[in-house]
Design a protein around this ligand. Structure first.
Ligand code: IVH
Length: 664
């Protein structure tokens, strides 16, 4: 059909012109010619809506507003970066790499400006943009496809890209000029101006109505893909070039640097031109260039070992420390929080900053009434650096932690060897409330509809005191609460019902046991496989797990040995809450079910890389030869552990045999 062919033709042409204009900066037609073609396409699409292509440039104008953002799960997690604040931190980074790899990195680094915007993922199937999402918590973000499609520099169709799936990651940002103009516009309409370009970019993307986003001057730079190994590129530098060729703008200040000293040189150069750049950057990202090395280095917790962000120094300001608030945390820790005269730091108003504990206050010699230096580095939380001693008048008063809990009046305790002062009362309302907030929050089970404010309300109404109470709340009661209704009551009850079979590791982390975060929870899940086994584990058994230390082991034993907790877990069980181990070592992996001990020195691998390989192949690491241990890998000069392993009849492997076993 004629119209179909013309629509296809126009779509292709217009996308091509957009690429030339935005990415190559080399347009071959005038703006008015572009508009003419655009209008022609628009008319045809109006006449034949069914023929409008998914990647039609007319979709850039926005489309229908959404009710809410849907969730979008990233196939591969979007990681964060470790921060460095000095040249020495970069040199240390390079040394860590060498230690892990057991050889120096000779193939260089990619040093890239750290764009100060928002990380997004764009999913292309067969070269067409299908979904775009925010980073969110790294695993799940929000589907903002309609909003992202309005950004002119994001290609809707890729130039000669046929691979089935490509997940492009990069930064959406607003340049300085666009930001200034947007704020002028906001002011002229008596609307609130944005504090900084990053907030403006975030606020513009999180508009339910994409036509609003379409009017905002947003831009995009690509800096990576979900799985670089899936491309034919062998280095980050090559990958950036490839992304550029298939249609993505990349930052022109990205540099290949042969060694860490050149990286430091590039950082100095970026610092000196930083304020002349048309967009804001908050540092530099350094990546090991060779992709093979990146995959050997892998990921530690939530950040890759192969990259580091070198941040620009913090912005500082002085203000007055007017008072101190004492907060009671989830585990009873009392945290002094400085109340500051509000002060602007990089566009954000700062009025509170944690003082951590009494030792920190003493070390910095802070007093109420002091004029203080505060700072904030990028996305890092603000901190009080020091008092301006010269400005003291003598009227300043010392800060001392209270002796009784501000929430429950129990006598506070401070163990000799700890910096933290703590409320020992497990019934303390402040602790209970914080624990409940944590359980429902993203760091816990992420129960939709039970954000901080609502948990506070339910607590205030006396409906919940401990976690188990969440599961016995009644619809009749909820729907009559202020600000609720049938719909919100039903939604929350459904979300709570869904939270009856959480992944075991999430559940453990949600309990908020002292010293047990996300990482330890995963270790516990894969080692024990059930809540019952974790609860019954003795301290010695917990200590066998690599990554569980003294404090964590003791804390777990205390927690599960506490009568109240036992009763509470029993109530949870009766309410049908049964966490399931999802991340059990997958069968079929070379080391499934195996527990390995390494002894002696390795020559081809570092200990850390060996540990990483064991985990990747489904095995567990132990630090001593216990009953559970199945294999002992003996390096050079192996000592008593090897002797013990021989006596106990364990399988003994050399380093080469170990590598062979995992097929590496
Ligand atoms: S790479 C595993 N490259 O920095 C590496 N990130 O914590 C993950 N960012 O918000 C990111 N410019 O969006 C990378 N050239 C760049 C970047 C960059 C800015 C942001 C990123 C995220 C944060 C990483």
């Amino acid at each position: 059909m004629e119209a179909a062919r013309r629509i296809e033709e126009l779509t292709r042409q217009l996308n091509d012109h957009a690429h030339r204009y935005y990415v190559l900066d080399d347009p071959v037609i005038s703006d008015s010619e572009y508009d003419r073609l655009f209008q022609e396409l628009l008319k045809l699409e109006e006449a034949y809506p069914a023929l409008s292509a998914e990647d039609s440039p007319t979709r850039r104008v926005g489309g229908a507003p959404l009710d809410k953002f849907e969730q979008a799960r990233h196939r591969l997690p979007m990681l964060s970066l470790e921060n460095g604040f000095s040249d020495q931190d970069l040199r240390d980074f390079s040394e860590r790499l060498q230690r892990f790899l057991n050889e120096p990195v000779v193939s260089g680094f990619s040093a890239e400006p750290k764009m100060d915007g928002l990380a997004v993922e764009l999913v292309y199937r067969h070269g067409r943009l299908v979904t775009g999402s925010t980073r969110g918590d790294g695993s799940i973000g929000e589907n903002i496809s309609a909003q992202l499609k309005t950004i002119g520099t994001i290609p809707l169709r890729l130039v000669q890209e046929s691979s089935e799936l490509l997940e492009v990651r990069g930064e959406v940002y607003m340049d300085k000029q666009g930001f200034t103009e947007l704020n002028e516009h906001q002011l002229s309409k008596a609307l609130q101006p944005f504090a900084n370009p990053r907030n403006a970019a975030a606020g513009s993307l999180r508009q339910l109505d994409p036509t609003v986003t379409a009017q905002r001057p947003l831009k995009f730079f690509a800096y990576g893909v979900g799985e670089p190994q899936s491309t034919t590129c062998t280095s980050q530098t090559e990958l950036l070039g490839y992304l550029n060729r298939i249609g993505f703008p990349t930052c022109p200040h990205n540099r290949f640097c042969p060694g860490i000293e050149e990286v430091i040189g590039h950082y100095d150069q970026l610092s000196s031109i930083r304020h002349d750049l048309p967009y804001e950057i908050d540092g530099m990202v350094v990546k090991v260039d060779e992709l093979l090395l990146q995959s050997r280095l892998g990921v530690k917790a939530r950040a890759p070992r192969w990259a580091i962000a070198r941040k620009f120094p913090a912005t500082q300001a002085t203000t007055t420390l007017c008072g101190v608030d004492f907060q009671v945390g989830r585990t009873g820790a009392i945290t002094p929080v400085a109340l500051l005269d509000p002060v602007n730091l990089d566009g954000a108003t700062v009025s509170r900053a944690t003082l951590h504990n009494q030792d920190e206050i003493n070390r910095k010699d802070l007093r109420i009434g002091d004029s203080v230096l505060v700072q904030r580095a990028g996305d890092v939380i603000p901190e009080v650096v020091k008092p301006m001693v010269a400005k003291r008048t003598g009227k300043e008063t010392p800060i001392t932690l209270p002796t009784r809990c501000p929430a429950c009046d129990s006598e506070l305790i401070k163990p000799e060897d700890e910096a933290v002062t703590r409320c020992p009362n497990m019934q303390c309302p402040a602790q209970q409330l914080r624990g409940l907030i944590h359980y429902c929050s993203k760091a816990g089970l992420d129960i939709e509809g039970l954000g901080k404010r609502y948990v506070e309300q339910l607590y205030g109404e006396g409906l919940i005191r401990e976690i188990a109470d969440l599961y016995t709340m009644e619809r009749e009661v909820l729907k009559n609460l202020e600000g609720w209704g049938e719909k919100s009551a039903d939604n929350v009850l459904t979300a709570i019902k869904q939270a009856r079979t959480p992944p075991l590791a999430d559940f453990i982390a949600a309990l908020g046991i002292r010293f047990i975060g996300e990482n330890s929870s995963s270790l516990l899940e894969s080692h024990f496989g059930s809540l019952e086994k974790i609860a019954a584990a003795a301290e010695a058994e917990l200590l066998e797990i690599d990554g569980i230390g003294d404090q964590a082991a003791r804390s777990l034993v205390d927690y599960f040995g506490n009568g109240r907790i036992v009763a509470m877990l029993d109530r949870l069980n009766q309410a049908g809450v049964s966490p399931a181990a999802a991340r059990q070592a997958a069968d079929g992996l070379a080391l499934s079910g195996a527990t390995l001990v390494f002894t002696g020195s390795l020559t081809r691998l570092s200990r850390d890389e060996a540990k990483k390989l064991v985990k990747e192949h489904g095995g567990t690491i132990a630090s001593s030869v216990t009953n559970k241990v199945t294999h002992v890998v003996a390096g050079q000069k192996a000592g008593s552990k090897l002797t013990k392993a021989r006596e106990a009849g364990k399988v003994i492997l050399s380093e080469d045999e170990f590598l062979e076993l995992i097929g590496s």
